[in-house]
Design a protein around this ligand. Structure first.
Ligand code: GDP
Ligand code: MG
Length: 162
């Protein structure tokens, strides 16, 4: 079954998904991991981590000029976050769909934010917005040796031979 796994390698993307401190404190970590896991994406990195101020600022540097930036940094550093790296064809856009709109009140039911949150300032989860940012953010949050390359047993059943 290896040839068809290798065939789509160039379309494989990586995304950085993070359960924010409210999601960790509310006991939603398992629920959120499950949604990506059941969809069929591959987990390549996972850790619980207390984010230092500088890392939060670097991660959200594009939002530095926004009025809510100080509150955002305070939020992200207010308790441990769950850092995850996920891999798959089309994983970046698909994960954003699974997560839902930034404002949870506008997020569709069935999405993580649509089902589990009510406020933009407490929207439980982060997902990279492009494949480039996926790579950038994974490199920012994970050290070398913290990521794992593996072939899930379910791979041929998920990806199939078309
Ligand atoms: P995302 O990609 O859907 O997470 O949204 P953005 O990249 O636009 O913003 C990053 C994060 O900043 C959001 O997930 C929110 O946690 C926070 N944020 C965005 N807009 C606002 C806002 O108007 N007020 C507050 N308090 N937080 C915001
Ligand atoms: Mg964003």
């Amino acid at each position: 079954f290896l040839p068809h796994l290798v065939a789509s390698l160039e379309q494989v993307e990586e995304t950085y998904i993070m359960v924010k401190p409210d999601g960790v404190q509310r006991g939603l970590v398992g629920e959120i991991i499950s949604r990506f896991e059941r969809k069929g994406f591959k987990l390549t990195g996972l850790k619980l981590f207390q984010c230092p101020q500088e890392l939060a600022e670097e991660h959200y540097k594009d939002l530095k000029s926004k009025p809510f930036f100080p509150k955002l940094i305070e939020y992200i550093t207010s308790g441990p976050v769950l850092c995850m790296a996920w891999e798959g064809v089309g994983v970046v856009a698909s994960a954003r769909k699974l997560i839902g709109s930034t404002n949870p009140l506008q997020a569709e039911p069935g999405t993580i934010r649509g089902d589990l949150a009510v406020q933009t300032g407490r929207n439980v989860v982060h997902g990279s917005d492009s494949p480039e940012n996926g790579k950038r953010e994974i490199a920012l949050w994970f050290k070398e040796g913290e990521l794992c390359q593996w072939i899930p047993a379910q791979a041929p059943w998920l990806n199939g031979v078309i």
